[in-house]
Write a protein that binds this ligand. Sequence first.
Ligand code: TTP
Ligand code: MG
Length: 399
Amino acid sequence: MLNNMNRVILHVDMDAFFASVEQREHPEFRGKPVIVGADPKEGKGRGVVSTCSYEARAFGVHSALPISTAYQRCPQGIYVRPNGKLYSQISKEMFQIFYEFTDAVEPLSIDEAFLDVTGSQKLFGSGPDIARLIKKRIREKEGITASVGVAPNKYLAKIASDLEKPDGLVVVPEDRILEFLFPLDIARLWGAGKHTQDKLRKLGINTIGDLARFPLNILNEKFGKMGKHFYNLAHGIDNRPVKAGEGVKSVSNEHTFSKDTADQDKLKQTLLYLSDKTGYRLRKKSLKGKTIHLKLRYGNFKTITRNKTLMSATDSTQRIFSIVESLFEQNYQSGRPVRLLGVGISGFMDSASNQLSLFDEQSEKSEKLDQVQDLLSNRFGRKIIARAESLPPVSPPKK
Ligand code: TTP
Ligand code: MG
């Protein structure tokens, strides 16, 4: 079996990112519970916690917690609204630091990335040496701390970076993978959500070691093709390469209706929902695309795809939606039941290097709305704050 391919992978993740930036900006916040998120309005505010400092975590506050609950748990906390512009700027600088060490950088979110440093060792030293250099650069240049995992693959590096937060550095050497992995709880298994974890526990599998020792044929039976994947991960095998940002060629989202529909309101609502998901994913990856795609499958499986290329690249939900809506209006045969809709975008350029186009006031406003939404919904809060008119149709699309 081709095992881990002698790669050296780093996973870097900033500690309490937004809150650490606030503590850097306001020295009087240091060492105190700082909660970044919605306005608590003396415990009556709506919305959620984006993140909080480790001092606030001691009170049971965490990301995605309703801000009113956070206030109950930690009324003495310092509550601040997110400053998305500043966090994006620091994120950009942090990625520049990564690129000093390797071109193989795969961004995962605003504050984390995988780095393949296999080829960088001649220049900068071993994996752990590079991890220490990166941590030092970030501390000196940005005034905040990062945690790093160093391992022969992405999966192990990701687990490792989380184990000794904040300011952690955990190295998993090739010959100690199983020793490292087996005692860990299966909550650490990548790709296993709450439901899968419950299923595993019912089989008596509570640690990664339990999973590794479990018969593969039963895993296949219970989890289909994920069975083998889980089994491999439990043995520390993960050959997925680090995909540098420019490797992304298109982003798309589809929805299959539980029952075919010709209801135009419902169809457009779904297009808005899919445009929003697409825009969100673009903005998360700092990408902008020029060509917008519509996919429409009728009840009899006849499928049409149409696209339109814009003069300038975009990542705006509103802009994507306005294009797919007009493609839909031009191509949909009214009254015919639809089975599936898809929205996609390609023709990428990096949004950082994208020249600002001359937005009119309306599109600037919608861009701000998109940004605020991203900040609030980063990962968990997404469904809760979806634009009212784009609430998930019938059954929400699968991820
Ligand atoms: P995370 O890396 O998940 O969290 P963190 O950096 O705050 O803390 P940790 O030390 O555990 O890594 O997310 C990065 C940033 O993304 C976080 O600072 C704020 C934002 N975020 C949200 O806005 N909402 C969320 O629900 C989560 C998880 C993160
Ligand atoms: Mg983080």
